[in-house]
Write a protein of this length. Sequence first.
Length: 166
Amino acid sequence: MGEDPNLQNLRRTPLYPLYAQHGAKVAPFAGFELPLSFDGVISEHLATRTSAGLFDVSHMGIVDLVPKTGQSLETVSRALEKITPAGIADLGNDQLQYALLTNAHGGIVDDFIVSRNESRLRLVLNASQTDRDLAYIQDAMHEVTEINLRQDLAQVALQGPEAEAI
């Protein structure tokens, strides 16, 4: 029996070797081969609902916006504010903000998360819209920022009522 055709040409996150080693059942999602479950969908669902579950969300678009030579992070922040109503320039180091990408008419293009440190802004874009959102951001900000898609980074989400305590 050959390889599942639904899993051909799919990308893998940096965490793929770890969950493959632990026997994950995988499925295609947003162009990636992602774990569906390890011990069983129902038991893992219930564990997440009553305690917490850890999810590989590395398939989401992780993008760094770094000022071009001669530009400042403040300039990059202000440029991003032209396509989102969020106060990006007011973010402190290591703070996160949920935000919306908007078009010239104020309509919503997509949602994203932005964080800041002393040298860059980092965006987390929706997996299925990463290419479209990147093109939109590039068009709006190409004069002031280098845009780096970080496919080398892993990202996990801890979800459930006990997540904060963990």
